[in-house]
Design a protein around this ligand. Structure first.
Ligand code: HEC
Ligand code: HEC
Length: 461
């Protein structure tokens, strides 16, 4: 790619001060850190361990495409960002000279000085999402769930399909304006003006493009049989970045809109939705909400490890093996005190007295942990407790429609658009919205499921 295709932007420290961001926040230049896949082996990912020449090639390609440091931004050709990415920064290079950007046109009449996406990100987002958007800022290790790593190019809450689609600007705007309820991701409506929100959206997309390009370059270079820079040709690099950019640009075309209007909420609709939730009357398709959310919808389905075990790992910071051991002893104690009459108990009961042997418990919960309890970023995941009325992706009916119809990307919650027609999805939405106020809806869940399993009652609705 030649430089005439690129728009080169340069942000200096001075410009940040000019833009009103205090030194307390922006104290000196920062640097991108390489992906861990340069030098470490991660299960399920390609890496460049032991290939220093290809590592250097990838590093150089990234610097050429996106700029060498966060202070020196370049934007790949045809990025699709507003004004070619100009609003990422607030100074730009024109004919070899660095000039302040004029924001007047972008702001449509507003005279408020704007910091640029980079400076806004640095001030408001970096401490959680990290310099390169890896979700590894200094605050991150104290949070559950941890902040999003943008570098996979996967975002949970989108209105788009099919698999792991990019979010639209409107999806990202909603996340930024309202935050993600029930997590530490704040609502920025009061902190930033609408122009600032658009600029920081550009910056998130920029970091995601950079991170996904890095990941894909590593995957391509990892295929090389020898550590020779020629194995990653300029054409291949160009193709890889074009793919990443195009996925972002084609996103408006893949928005999923309901084909049927929302079914009005009524007792009947809510009960129909409840039965679908329980896997009853789903016209032969397997709808298995309860496998994950549990029959009472509290998020304790059998596809995931026990909540108490989960908490020991995530909040007690134990390894899964240690947590399993500790939890089994607790179960033993609970079992002993429940089954031995008062006055007769003398400490531990033997393992044989438990309904399940330690080895069985261990192997089941280990499998659940590795297969079920992780999201695509490798972080521990819990199904939502649907009795709380707290929805990360928003509580409007259309938000819940999107969650159920097309799932939550990277987080195991599957799409149901191919299993349920739209009117049934709306019934489920009505049920979900009613549940926190009518917990009795799931009081007889187990009996309803059992009854439905008998062929004679399958048609009951
Ligand atoms: C206090 C920490 C914190 C701060 C500050 C923060 N975030 Fe987040 N952010 C999170 C967490 C945690 C998540 C993931 C929640 C989850 O996965 O359930 C997240 C997720 C996101 C997502 C992904 C949404 C999706 O659909 O997957 C985007 C985009 C995002 N944040 C952008 C931003 C931007 C831009 C800023 C600054 C203006 C910011 N965040 C500031 C914690 C934070
Ligand atoms: C394979 C497991 C699985 C199945 C099946 C499943 N879910 Fe989920 N669901 C999850 C997980 C995990 C989350 C939490 C994701 C997160 O927080 O990132 C979730 C979250 C949700 C949320 C919260 C959305 C939000 O914005 O916070 C709703 C509502 C929901 N599921 C409804 C359903 C319904 C209804 C069904 C059946 C039609 C269903 N789920 C089937 C795993 C599942």
């Amino acid at each position: 790619m030649t430089s005439r295709f690129r728009l080169v932007l340069i942000v200096g420290l001075l410009s940040l001060t000019l833009a009103g961001c205090g030194d307390a926040f922006n104290a000196g230049p920062i640097e991108y850190r390489d992906s861990e896949l340069f030098t470490t082996k991660v299960k399920g990912s390609a890496d460049l361990v032991g290939k220093p020449n290809l590592q250097a090639t990838v590093r150089k390609a990234l610097a050429d495409l996106f700029g060498p440091t966060p202070q020196n931004i370049k934007v790949p050709e045809g990025s699709g960002l507003i004004e070619g990415g100009r609003l990422l920064a607030n100074r730009e290079e024109v004919d070899g000279r660095i000039k302040p950007l004029s924001y007047q046109s972008a702001l449509k009449g507003s005279n408020v000085p704007v910091a640029g996406g980079y400076a806004l990100y640095r001030k408001y987002c970096l401490h959680c999402h990290g310099v390169q958007g890896a979700g590894d800022g200094p605050t991150a290790e104290f949070l559950y769930p941890i902040p999003r790593d943008y570098r996979r190019g996967v975002f949970k809450f989108t209105s788009t399909a099919p698999s792991n689609p990019k979010p639209t600007r409107a999806d990202l705007r909603k996340t930024l304006v309202h935050g993600l309820h029930g997590t530490s991701m704040p609502a920025f409506e009061a902190l930033m003006d609408p122009a600032g929100i658009e600029q920081v959206i550009d910056y998130v997309i920029f970091l995601s493009m950079r991170g996904e390009t890095e990941r894909n370059l590593i995957a391509e270079a990892a295929l090389a049989s020898k550590d020779d820079p020629a194995e990653l040709s300029a054409d291949t690099i160009k193709e890889i970045v074009a793919n990443v950019v195009n996925n972002w640009k084609s996103v408006e075309g893949i928005v999923v809109n309901p084909k049927a209007r929302r079914v009005e909420s009524s007792k009947e609709s809510i009960l129909r939705g409840r039965n679908i939730f329980l896997g009853i009357n789903t016209t032969g398709n397997k709808v298995a909400c309860t496998d994950c959310h549990g029959a009472q919808g509290i998020g304790n389905g059998t596809s995931f490890v026990e909540k108490k075990l989960f908490d020991k790992v995530v909040f007690g910071r134990k390894t899964i093996e240690k947590a399993i051991e500790v939890r089994y002893h607790e179960l033993e104690d609970e079992h002993a005190s429940a089954s031995i009459p008062a006055g007769e108990g003398h400490g531990h009961s033997g393992l044989g007295m438990l309904p399940e042997k330690f080895d069985d418990y261990k192997s089941r919960e280990l499998t659940n942990w590795e297969k079920g309890s992780m999201d695509d970023w490798g972080n521990p995941l819990r199904p939502a407790n649907l009795n709380l009325g707290v929805y990360k992706g928003g509580r409007r009916p259309i938000d819940l429609y999107w969650r159920i119809a097309k799932g939550i990307n990277g987080a195991k919650m599957p799409a149901h658009a191919n299993l349920l027609p739209d009117d049934q999805i709306w019934d489920v939405v009505n049920f979900i919205l009613a549940l926190p106020y009518e917990p009795d809806l799931l009081k007889d869940a187990d009996a309803l499921k059992k009854n439905a399993a008998k062929p004679a009652s399958v048609t009951q609705r």
